[in-house]
Design a protein around this ligand. Structure first.
Ligand code: ZN
Length: 445
């Protein structure tokens, strides 16, 4: 056992596997340890201390031998540790059961002995999303329990459970990673398809009734450089799809295709899932994919009345403002606060109001600096906060402080936007109202 602790590389690898941290970050922590001990620490010693500090189980391999396989599990088993490959992740669901409220997510996991449904809850659902866990990922599951439903065994990650994403999985795990299909290669009649694309358009969500059943759908237009496809997200996926904005990079897993009015259409049914800005994939910027045919303009060329144009520049500041205003729940128009109610000119008084985000940033492309104004999901995208997060922040923090925070966050970032130039009635300066906005990606190091 002592021999592997002498091995710096072995320890570093275990830290990577256990924590998911980048090697460079681990080495930085090791450097700090070595500095602290003024050169008295060996490389392996530094790695060992960092592992200990991060709570990494260095006896990891020893435990693998006693780990069970899916095929050995029986209903009622507790405290089971397993290493599994992810075959499928379903879209997370909200649930409400009596007092209990939260989210759950079902996965289909496998090892070389079989496959099983796994259910994770609350924070682990968030972890799945935050870590953008895709099909093909390897997970170390600790403290699972086994239940059965309709005679089918089911794995659950409970309160004491732990889900660790293995960045360097044990060899021999069923590899479920698969290539995404290019949009240009989609044909009708495909099942369980993965695609990576940029959103070119987000249509209005619609409710429908068919054969007595109510549902909703959200249309999207996707591009990836090989083709342009109309996609439809159904029911459970409408909320997620509705949050997308033109320029969003997404991976869709588990979609199916159908012949549509304008060629092959992609459908996101109950088995599908959307991963926004997936870690492992990239695509050129939207306009480079031919997603748009709008004229590109320099900021010093902007004049009101010149139609829809595209601009690109660096954010040089964030304008003071409230970052949001109250809107009518029914019609979406701005409402006035009136005591403890909100007054809509069209719909009358209401106790509750919705929120619409708004942000103004200074945009500079070397030719001029122009105020770019974004509303709604475009503003949310710029802020990096969704509506709920913004609402929460505004309840606890002064808008002025949030503007400062955003300044830190955004200054120096390059964005591209499609929209229209407009003269501000008060300042007489030309502003740019953004309809579509996306950050230019900087190469991750
Ligand atoms: Zn109204």
């Amino acid at each position: 056992m002592a021999s592997f602790l002498d091995d710096r590389e072995a320890v570093v690898k275990k830290i990577i596997v256990y924590t998911g941290k980048a090697r460079a970050d681990i080495e930085k922590l090791m450097e700090a340890k070595k500095e602290k001990f003024a050169g008295l620490l060996t490389e392996a010693g530094a790695a060992f201390l960092v592992a200990k500090e991060l709570g990494v189980d260095l006896e990891f391999e020893k435990n693998i031998a006693t780990r069970l396989k899916l095929g050995q599990l029986e209903e009622g088993m507790n405290n089971v540790d397993l290493e599994v490959g992810v075959k499928q992740v379903f879209q997370p669901k909200k649930f409400e059961k009596g007092e209990k409220k939260g989210r759950l997510c079902n996965l289909l996991v496998a090892d070389d002995s079989g496959e099983m449904r796994l259910t994770v809850w609350h924070n682990d659902v968030k972890k799945l999303e935050d870590e953008k866990i895709e099909r093909g990922a390897a997970l170390l599951l600790k403290n699972c329990y086994v239940t059965a439903f309709n005679d089918k065994k089911q794995l659950n990650l409970g309160y004491n459970g732990q889900m660790i994403v293995l960045s360097e999985p044990t060899a021999g795990l069923p590899g479920q990673a698969r290539e995404a299909v290019k949009l240009g290669e989609l044909k009708p009649g495909l099942n369980d398809v993965d695609v990576v694309a940029r959103v070119a358009r987000v249509y209005e969500a619609r409710d429908f009734e068919s054969a007595g059943r109510k549902g909703s759908l959200q249309g999207l237009e996707l591009v990836d450089g090989s083709g342009r496809v109309r996609a439809t997200a159904w029911n459970d996926l409408v909320e997620e799809a509705g949050k997308l904005v033109p320029g969003s990079l997404i991976k869709i897993e588990g979609a199916y295709t159908k012949e549509g009015m304008k060629g092959t259409e992609l459908h996101l049914g109950w088995q599908a899932r959307i991963i926004v800005e997936p870690k492992k994939h990239s695509l050129p910027f939207l306009e480079e994919l031919g997603g748009q045919t709008v004229a590109k303009k320099k900021l010093n060329e902007l004049v009101e009345g010149s139609g829809t144009v595209q601009v690109t520049g660096k954010i040089v500041g964030v304008y003071k403002g409230n970052l949001a205003y109250n809107t009518c729940l029914k019609c979406g128009k701005k409402v006035e606060e009136d005591g403890d109610a909100y007054r809509c000119a069209a719909c009358g008084e209401s106790r509750e109001a919705d929120l619409n985000a708004v942000i103004g940033v200074g945009l500079d492309d070397g030719t001029a600096e122009v105020r770019l104004v974004a509303f709604g999901d475009k503003a949310e995208k710029l802020m990096g906060w969704n509506k709920a997060e913004l609402r929460k922040r505004l309840q606890t923090t002064m808008a002025e402080k949030l503007v400062e925070e955003l300044k830190q966050q955004l200054t120096g970032k390059e964005v591209s936007a499609v929209g229209r130039a407009k003269e501000n009635q008060n300042t007489r300066e030309t502003e740019f109202i953004a309809w579509e906005i996306a950050f230019k990606e900087t190469q991750a190091v």
